[in-house]
Write a protein that binds this ligand. Sequence first.
Ligand code: PDD
Length: 287
Amino acid sequence: MGKIIFGDQILERSDVHIDLEDRGYQFGDGVYEVIRVYSGKLFTMKEHIERLFQSAQKIKLDISMSPEKIQELTEELVKENRVDFGSIYMQITRGAAPRTHMFPKPESNTKAVFTAYTNEVPRPVSLFEKGVAAITTEDIRWLRCDIKSLNLLPNVLAKQEATDYDCFEAILHRNGIVTEGSSSNAYIVKNGEVITHPADRLILNGITRQVLVELCKANGIPFVEKEFDLRDLKDADEVFISSTTSEVMPVIKLDVETVGDGTPGKITRKLQALFEARINQDTKVEI
Ligand code: PDD
């Protein structure tokens, strides 16, 4: 179980109680982040905390804690819970107030509720080697997928559909245009180019995606942000997805069809290696 962050304190999980009228619980009125821990160190923490503030600002939620304070608490929690390889989940909601849709009035003094906890999660290395299967399904989400909001019902339904087909991920499309995965960004490789949906309001600008953009640039791998459709997906030389927990994950089967020769592609493997080198570089334990 371990300890958790509640507000600006680190407490025992069993000592924390969330109000039944918390707006996160009732409306999904809040935003969240998931950060990976490697060898006890938080990977791309600044970027994740920055995105948390951007998401909060987009829904007019005042975090009322500084990014530095969140960073300090997060690092302390990872240490206290002795997380080696795992993740930290953090969320902030608009707080607890009598249930009405509009924001609580300033005079009600409703305070945002910040919580975070850690998990031990091994890196899915055997899946990195083998690749995974995915389905394609309609993207039925709202038009602000750039916000990492707690409202995940369409994502939950899509992931469950994938699970029902024994697949790892659901790749989403709007009228045939591929947006992203239910909890990941999606890419194709065609004629040596890595192609992914532009980081607009229809996808989450993944932190892993941002690292991959940098790695492609630094290593001369063409990276193109443009729309592609289901036909391009099915005709791709390689397909992969990326996320904090899945890193760079090859997709070797799509619906009933095999991708390429059914094994992780060359550029996907190269990006996996570059990503792993970046993790090692950033989370090196100083001796
Ligand atoms: N999901 N797109 C969606 C819809 C996501 O939910 C995620 C991450 C990503 C990838 O973002 P990043 O590289 O910053 O993790 C893209 C997290 C891990 C989750 O909800 O568990």
